[in-house]
Design a protein around this ligand. Structure first.
Ligand code: ZN
Ligand code: FE
Length: 237
């Protein structure tokens, strides 16, 4: 089994989430998308973990700026899409979309979702029912099209929609409240969205991240996942 610890980075500014992962069987740990080193190092010390890997979803600075500091401190290897190696700080190990990566006994499938950036990947742990979506899927919204087209985003979201409903997703930012405003605007009076928002506000007020949410719930509430055609999706951008 995989243990997952969200770490809020750039709090009150960009509200990134990094995630510390630990494979329970082997004890091997990793950090996904270290936005900045300090809050992550603090949490690692608390957990008494020294990560062997840094896993990136995409090259943007708010997901990779902690790569070098963590690499230096722990000797962790930076793992990212082989097709985006030149833009990943401290790149060590390339993963190819369609292939697997093992974190001890835990196994991730690498899924290409180029749209927010070219080379953006999902880290999907099927057995653990967890997917790390970076800046492709957020709570009730999606990432912007920095390097891709609506067509590419539609293809990327279709891949996410094809994952089982009981998989929980872990986004790259805490953008739930902004997403809820937009989701309400697109589809107000939707009871599922009201329930979603109610839970989200409770968790945020308690100082907890809104994640994880199951893809089943997200598919019912997120207007971008609800779009059933490319033209429907295009209207949302
Ligand atoms: Zn990004
Ligand atoms: Fe980001």
């Amino acid at each position: 089994m995989l243990k997952i610890y969200p770490v809020l980075c750039r709090a009150g500014n960009m509200d990134n989430y990094a995630y510390i992962l630990q494979d329970e069987k082997s004890g091997i740990s990793a950090v996904i998308d270290p936005s900045e080193p300090e809050p992550i190092i603090q949490k690692l010390q608390e957990l008494k973990l020294e990560p062997s890997y840094i896993l990136n979803t995409h090259h943007h600075f708010d997901h990779t700026d902690g790569n070098l500091a963590l690499k230096q401190r722990y000797g962790a290897k930076v793992v990212a899409n082989i097709n985006d190696s030149s833009r990943i700080p401290g790149f060590d190990i390339g993963v190819t979309p369609g292939e697997d990566f093992s974190l001890g006994e835990s196994r991730a499938e690498i899924i290409d979702v180029s749209a927010h950036t070219q080379g953006h990947i999902l880290w999907y742990f099927p057995k653990d029912k967890a997917v790390f979506t970076g800046d492709t899927l957020f709570n009730l919204c999606v990432g912007g099209l920095f390097e891709g087209t609506a067509e590419e985003m539609y293809a990327a979201l279709s891949k996410i929609k094809s994952l089982p409903d009981d998989v929980e997703f872990y986004p790259g930012h805490e953008y739930t409240l902004g997403g809820a405003d937009f989701a309400n605007y697109v589809n107000n009076d939707n009871e599922d969205i009201q329930k979603y928002l109610h839970r989200a506000v409770e968790r945020l007020n308690a100082g907890q991240p809104v994640c994880p949410v199951t893809l089943g719930v997200e598919k019912k509430c997120n207007p971008y996942l609800k779009a059933n055609s490319l033209s429907e999706l295009k209207r949302l951008f």
